[in-house]
Design a binder for this molecule. Structure first.
Ligand SMILES: C=C(O[C@@H]1C=C(C(=O)O)C=C[C@H]1O)C(=O)O
Length: 467
């Protein structure tokens, strides 16, 4: 695009933004969207790294039909108050979205997107390692590349005051031109295998599982998800870019995400949708019940068939389905779910999965749905409050954003949140990995321990810590 055309566009849209800012008496989001040629998405994540490091995100849907890469931020929303955190984000974003001036938008996946997430348990005091991640943290990026259905777009966002001078758009012109010639990002050369340390002594973790199973048999609760953490110590800082490349290549059927903050990056490849709002639909998933993959197609099918018929796994799964269905009935006019779970196969693991959908009731918002569902019994337990109490009492670690909702919303208030599992917090030369599993009355501590070991595998591989 010629630079002069860009200037005229920017000038007129900034003027509109200023008029709007005067009218509303507040700052207004001004956004312009450009369709661009195909570009390398991880390379864009790494673009001008010195400038954007600590202020970037990556999000890609399973199947990669939609990917967002955001750099910088023009608007941030951070809070640690545990009360009404979903309503807080909802009301601020609704107001900002309603006054936004957007030009050139030809797809719902372009224009200003609010991207971010929440911690798992806002009532838990934040530990040092999670200090970059407020309990509630969202941002509108300054620049965002969208890849959707084979098309690529650049969105440029500004936050405009009534009396702002028309901004120089040289940076944007430079970016549009650089985007045409980004060299594909290459993984770093093989590094030494990092040293591994269990953050919780295995026998202590298994003791917690035994205790949880006992409380369940005594009738104090029905299910609780207990997690544990591994720490990897590298020789030098872990590269979020290399981890991202590996996850994109290996974990096809997952949401690949990276949220880069000042000193740390939360990154992962989760298979679990929490909720998607698209047109009149709310779509969610119950994912609970786990087994490994077989070494041959026959063994793989035998394992899948065992999982589909295993009473313990079916019970764990049903608890999640029942709770999600009843939450969806409050949010939707009509709820659809199959009677029996299907098998969802990932690279190292297979799960029982039940997709659940419904027609959203008028006035219900995506964040209301997030609030109603988080945490589902697949990440917290059943009943919810008793399970959260048991996690606080037995887990002895800060989950931070692990197992919590992360995702995005557009100005039409549609969007999607996933549950941040199969994830790690990269903190310089350390990486903290998290994995958990559902405990029921007849859970065997050693089998549950092995199940968490399986769930660490995707991140261990991406961090080059698997032999
Ligand atoms: C808690 C995790 O996974 C969750 C627990 C599962 C289970 O208990 O079978 C399965 C999928 C996820 O909902 C994790 O991966 O850390």
């Amino acid at each position: 695009m010629a630079y002069s055309k860009l200037s005229t566009n920017m000038y007129s849209i900034m003027e509109k933004g200023q008029r709007q800012a005067r009218l509303f008496g507040k700052q207004v989001l001004v956004s312009s969207v450009f369709e661009i040629d195909k570009t390398d998405l991880p390379a864009f994540f790494s673009y001008k790294k010195r400038m954007y490091r600590g202020n970037r995100f990556f999000w890609s849907e399973p199947g990669r039909a939609l990917t967002y890469v955001g750099l910088g931020s023009v608007f941030t929303l951070e809070a640690n108050d545990p009360e009404n955190r979903f309503q807080y984000v909802d009301s601020i974003w609704q107001e900002l979205a309603a006054s936004a001036v957007v030009e050139g938008k030809s797809s719902p996946y372009t224009g200003p997107i609010l991207f971010g997430g929440f911690s798992f348990d806002p009532y838990r005091a934040q530990s040092e390692k999670w200090s970059d991640f407020a309990h509630t943290s969202f941002a509108v990026p300054k620049y965002m590349v969208t890849a959707h259905d084979g098309k690529f777009y650049l969105t440029s966002n500004r936050l405009v005051q009534a009396d702002d001078a028309v901004l120089d758009d040289e940076e944007l012109a430079q970016m549009l031109s650089d985007l045409q010639q980004l060299a594909p990002l290459q993984a770093e050369q093989d590094t030494d295998c990092p040293a591994m340390k269990e953050e919780i002594v295995p026998s202590d973790w298994m003791e917690a599982v035994r205790e949880a199973a006992l409380s369940i048999r005594e009738g104090q609760l029905e299910k609780v998800v207990l997690a544990r953490s591994l720490m990897l110590q590298g020789k030098e800082a872990f590269s979020s870019e290399s981890v991202l490349l590996s996850l994109l290549e290996e974990q096809l059927n997952t949401y690949v995400f990276a949220i880069d903050k000042e000193n740390s990056c939360f990154i992962g490849a989760t298979p679990e949708r929490l909720i998607k709002h698209q047109q009149q639909q709310l779509l969610t998933l119950s994912l609970a019940g786990t087994i490994g993959r077989g070494g041959s197609p026959t063994e793989d099918e035998e394992l899948a068939s065992f999982l589909s018929n295993d009473v313990k796994n079916l019970h764990e799964h049903k608890l999640a389905v029942d709770m999600i269905k009843s939450a969806m009935q409050e949010l939707c006019l009509q709820v659809d779910a199959p009677n029996a779970p299907i098998i969802r196969k990932l690279k190292d693991i297979q799960h029982l999965a039940t997709p659940i959908s419904g027609v959203i009731k008028q006035g219900v918002t995506l964040l209301q749905a997030v609030e109603a569902l988080h945490p589902t019994p697949a990440l917290g337990g059943m009943p919810r409050e008793e399970a959260i109490e048991a996690i606080r009492r037995l887990e002895h670690m800060d989950r931070g954003w692990y197992a919590a909702p992360i995702g995005w919303m557009n100005t039409e208030l549609e969007g999607e949140f996933a549950v941040a599992i199969r994830s790690a917090l990269l903190l310089e030369a350390k990486a903290y990995l998290f994995a958990g599993c559902g405990i029921v009355g007849d859970s065997d501590p050693l089998s549950e321990y092995k199940e968490t070991a399986l769930k660490f595998r995707p991140m261990l591989q991406a961090l080059r810590a698997l032999e």
